[in-house]
Design a binder for this molecule. Structure first.
Ligand code: ADP
Length: 356
């Protein structure tokens, strides 16, 4: 997927370039800088000595040496001074300049740490928002896979409002399910305690349901001749077959007057995968991919369910992933990166996809 948040140690990322949150001397430091130098070996420091330092917001490139990544892009994030000293613009420039340098050097995949979010004191949620905005703006006119590497589980403990709202919504649904499970439990207990009376009650309930069904029932269809029932008109049936996922997707894009690129970029799906979907009318996407398109196309809940059905999926109340999507679609939250941030915090699969 073009943009993905992952939990990892950046020195292990198998990408063309990793980005280092360096200091202005470029001669090594603590945090992610120290980890990258340790993993790359002493040759990295030797090359860094030749670079003459780096200004805040700028970026410089070296080889990756013993790292799995071919290159290290060193950028210097701003130190947090309360947010009124141009920190946001400087942090955004770090991402933009690093990505431009990566593109100039032919990189197709790049991994960033959360620049400035450690020793430099940038509040983590704000640092994350700047990272997401800068990366996704760059991806609007570049084809690249960009990872934002989150280090450790407590990096994003505090959540923004959307995350808290959705967590509350999910808790409510779970509480409701628990309530129903409790009713079922006491019914079973009562059955054991008083088999006779419970049987009586169950019979009464079944009878009243049957009565209702009878009175409200539709007329029973007249019997179909046996021969006709066993020999369906295949030609007719095939004509009625619904359009597949791929056809439906292309139709929805046309109806909006969008280009393909507008849609797949909004869906966080890479170009190669989209071409595959376009050229194969029988393409079956994964559930996160199908939902990524539903979100990108800003479908209603009913339309989302229809599109999902074409890919062989449905939404259920027992899946946390489905509940997050249901909440967002019902509240018309159609920014895929905002949704992915919530999914990420819940450790759930993210929306979008790529060929790799
Ligand atoms: P800065 O000085 O720019 O704040 P730090 O290295 O102190 O840089 O922290 C930047 C971010 O990198 C923090 O979010 C920190 O948790 C994270 N980090 C530290 N070590 C690693 C690592 N090995 N891989 C990925 N991220 C890391």
């Amino acid at each position: 997927m073009p943009f993905e948040m992952v939990r990892n140690d950046i020195t292990r990322m198998n990408v063309d370039a990793i980005v280092n949150a360096a200091n202005r001397s470029l001669l090594g430091g603590g945090g992610v800088d120290g980890a990258i130098h340790r993993a790359a070996g002493p040759e990295l420091l030797e090359e860094c000595r030749t670079l003459g330092g780096c200004e805040t917001g700028e970026a410089k490139i070296t080889k990756g040496y013993r790292l799995p990544a071919r290159y290290v892009i060193h950028t210097v994030g701003p130190v947090w001074h309360g947010g009124t000293n141009g920190e946001k613009e400087l942090l955004s420039a770090c991402y933009r300049h690093s990505l431009e340098l990566a593109a100039e050097n032919g990189c197709e995949s790049v991994a960033f740490p959360m620049i400035s979010a450690g020793a430099y004191g940038y509040p983590k949620d704000q640092a994350l928002a700047v990272a997401v905005d800068a990366i996704t703006a760059f991806l609007l006119d570049h084809e690249m896979t960009v990872y934002l590497v989150i280090f450790g589980h407590d990096e994003l403990i505090t959540g923004k409002k959307l995350f808290r709202d959705i967590r509350e919504y999910i808790d409510d649904i779970y509480a409701e399910k628990h309530f129903h499970a409790n009713i079922e439990h006491s019914r079973r207990r009562r059955w054991q305690e008083d088999e006779e009376s419970a049987l009586q009650l169950d019979m009464e309930i079944s009878k009243s349901i049957a009565d209702q069904a009878c009175y409200g029932a539709a007329p029973v269809p007249s019997a179909v001749p046996k021969e006709a029932a066993s020999m369906p008109d295949w030609k007719e049936l095939l004509k009625q077959t619904d359009e597949g996922f791929s056809q439906a997707l292309l139709r929805l894009i046309d109806e909006r007057g969008w280009t393909d690129a507008q849609c797949y970029k909004k869906a966080n799906v890479d170009r190669k995968l989209f071409s595959k979907i376009r050229s194969n009318p029988d393409y079956r996407p994964s559930k996160p991919t199908a939902l990524a398109f539903a979100v990108a196309l800003e479908l209603s809940m009913r339309e989302t369910k229809e599109l999902l059905k074409k890919a062989g999926f449905s939404l259920t109340k027992s899946s946390k992933f489905d509940l997050v999507l249901e909440y967002c679609i019902n509240h018309k939250i159609y920014n895929i990166y905002e949704i992915n941030e919530v999914l990420f915090r819940f450790d759930l699969p993210l929306l979008g996809s790529g060929m790799n």
